[in-house]
Design a protein around this ligand. Structure first.
Ligand code: MF3
Ligand code: CO
Ligand code: CO
Length: 268
């Protein structure tokens, strides 16, 4: 039996070869997001960005994990303003002041790299930039909790605490997830929780942390396209995502930006 055949509740503990595989896959995913930074601006369509990403992944010898995934057919999710996640790339051009999350998942040599960042089209209003800054900070505080002996609840608690201190809400409908040879697997990573609750973190676990924070209420709704998740109150939403691996002493982030472009603004 391979770990591709495990039941949905088994948490895989990976070895050094797994870390090597995830390092390469994570780097490629991060390079896609780095490449896109110079292209995100008012007037550019998210479909044009999707094409750039697809070509980049293929040229690097990777495969898009999202094309053909449950009927999805793009290399990116592009989630603009009040879209929480799973926005579908379209011909509609980005507008001055938009904030957009770009989420990419690649497969390289059988391993998945899954990461997303926020981007600014032009200069978004201050409240939007504040939301984006705090969402990045929340993700990084969650990552700080990702170490052996802590639990999934410790991660969620750290994220929730920062969000609520700043009167932001945490989306509950979508979670982080284990990944590795498969795209989505155990454990579920909640972005709100109580310290000490949930599965204990152990060296060799691979998963994403991908909090979605809203300026308004947490409630989500899926549009008729079956994918696009939006805030019910149409308030702005932001998200960042890293893929990480638990080590003996803490964690390794597989999807750090090689160019240091981890959060906007990415400069002109
Ligand atoms: N990349 C997303 C995640 O973080 C999943 C996108 S699935 C898709 O898990 F089909 F919408 F692309
Ligand atoms: Co993910
Ligand atoms: Co993702």
């Amino acid at each position: 039996m391979t770990d591709l055949d495990l039941d949905d509740r088994t948490i895989v503990l990976n070895d050094a070869a797994g870390f090597e595989g995830m390092r390469a896959a994570g780097r490629l995913a991060a390079q896609v997001l780095d490449m896109l930074a110079a292209h995100v601006k008012p007037g550019v369509s998210t479909l044009a960005l999707d094409r750039l990403a697809y070509d980049f992944v293929v040229a690097a010898g990777g495969v898009s994990a999202t094309i053909f995934y449950r009927g999805y057919s793009h290399a990116l999710c592009t989630s603009i303003n009040h879209v929480i996640c799973h926005g579908i790339p379209s011909h509609k051009p980005l507008q001055e002041g938009d904030i957009v999350n770009i989420d990419v998942t690649v497969v390289l040599n059988g391993w998945h790299g899954d990461t997303s960042r926020m981007y600014f089209a032009g200069e978004p209003p201050l409240k939007a930039r504040r939301l984006v800054d705090l969402t990045y900070e929340a993700m990084m505080l969650g990552i700080e909790q990702a170490k052996p002996g802590n639990t999934v609840g410790d991660i969620g608690h750290a994220i929730q605490k920062l969000a609520e201190k700043n009167r932001l809400s945490v989306v509950r409908d979508f979670c982080g997830h284990g990944l590795g040879r498969r795209f989505h697997m155990a454990p579920n990573i909640v972005h709100a929780g109580r310290p000490g609750e949930g599965p204990e973190l152990k060296p060799g676990m691979f998963f994403t942390i991908e909090p979605m924070l809203n300026l308004g209420r947490a409630d989500a709704r899926i549009l008729d396209d079956g994918w696009t998740a939006v805030t019910r109150d149409r308030s702005l939403s932001a998200q960042f995502e890293h893929s990480i691996g638990i080590t003996e002493t803490g964690c390794e982030i597989f999807t750090l930006s090689p160019q240091g472009l981890n959060q906007p603004p990415y400069a002109a």
